[in-house]
Design a protein. Structure first.
Length: 320
């Protein structure tokens, strides 16, 4: 019998989500039966009520629960309610929890999770494993890529100060496969033509200009990024992710997280955490949420074909 309670942890959210998607496919869950909750944003009472409510669709309902470190900070009454649920879960509901980090301690919460949840500990990709991973990704679909091209791809998609962003690498691999669909061969020339160098610094400058309402500077940086073959949708994705991080940081600060705790939470350097905390403190969270809504609407309009990508981002920048 399959479990009714799962916990995935230990790796980046992207890797955890990929593993969860495999589980959902295995369980043959209808996508309309999946409900998502983030304990940083949702009230625990709403989560527990969702878990205890039967599905309105045929088959079992799935509740995806993130930010589960918040479970450790519940009051005793709510902790007891959650532990009672784990002991006797609703047979109509599958609970899937995920978090990059959990507290593997002697707390009541962790003891209950260890007893009643099927726990899967994942690992992030190590940079030394990238050459074989990239080679296999191409070879599995009958593509050939030489060693110089692999090294160039790694150089352009990784940062020595950050963990490996496997999602970004997979996106570039998909792009390269489309480019070489006929010849099935990837060389350094193709990498240099299609894969932009790591542009975190320029992207950060663009975000700073937006947050500081430096319209002219933001537009100039945007044009510079376009010259280096960065796609408008990549820029939207980067800005959206950074704004989301700032909102998340603001919420953590409201829960009395220190800079060191935030660095550990995001798995980033202390220096980067310092700037995130600084920006989160000085910016209005309502304004950040407004930017996020605008970027989400713009992304939808672009993907729906309602607006040209380059023009859409330009108009967004003119409005900051």
């Amino acid at each position: 019998m399959d479990s009714l309670v799962y916990l995935f942890h230990g790796a980046s959210e992207y890797i955890l989500r990929k593993e969860i998607n495999k589980l959902l496919n295995k369980l043959k869950v209808d996508e309309h039966s999946v409900v998502k909750y983030d304990l940083m944003e949702s009230e625990f009472v709403d989560v527990i009520e969702e878990l205890q409510t039967i599905s309105f669709f045929q088959g079992q309902k799935v509740v995806l629960l993130s930010s589960i470190l918040e479970l450790y900070d519940l009051d005793q009454y709510d902790k007891d309610r959650f532990i009672s649920y784990l002991e006797k879960p609703n047979p109509d509901t599958i609970l899937i929890m995920y978090s990059s980090k959990i507290k593997e301690d002697d707390s009541d919460i962790y003891k209950a999770l260890s007893l009643y949840a099927k726990i899967t500990k994942m690992q992030d990709i190590d940079k030394k494993d990238l050459p074989e991973l990239i080679r296999r990704s191409f070879n599995d679909e009958d593509y050939q890529i030489n060693e110089s091209a692999i090294a160039e791809l790694i150089d352009r998609t990784t940062n020595p100060y950050q963990s490996v962003d496997i999602q970004a690498i997979e996106q570039e691999i998909t792009k390269l496969k489309l480019y070489a669909y006929d010849q099935k061969y990837i060389d350094v020339k193709a990498i240099r033509l299609l894969v932009s160098k790591n542009l975190d610094e320029n992207m950060y400058e663009l975000l700073s200009a937006i947050l500081n309402k430096e319209k002219t500077k933001a537009i100039q940086i945007y044009y510079d990024l376009l010259v280096t073959n960065v796609l408008p949708v990549q820029i939207i994705g980067y800005i959206s992710n950074r704004v989301r991080d700032l909102i998340h940081t603001s919420l953590l600060l409201s829960r009395n997280y220190t800079t060191d705790m935030i660095a550990k939470h995001f798995k980033i350097s202390d220096g980067r955490a310092y700037y995130m905390v600084r920006d989160a403190k000085r910016l209005n969270i309502n304004e950040l949420e407004n930017y996020l809504r605008q970027l989400s609407d713009l992304d939808f309009d672009i993907k729906s074909g309602n607006i040209d990508p380059r023009l859409g981002v330009e108009l967004f920048l003119f409005g900051v």
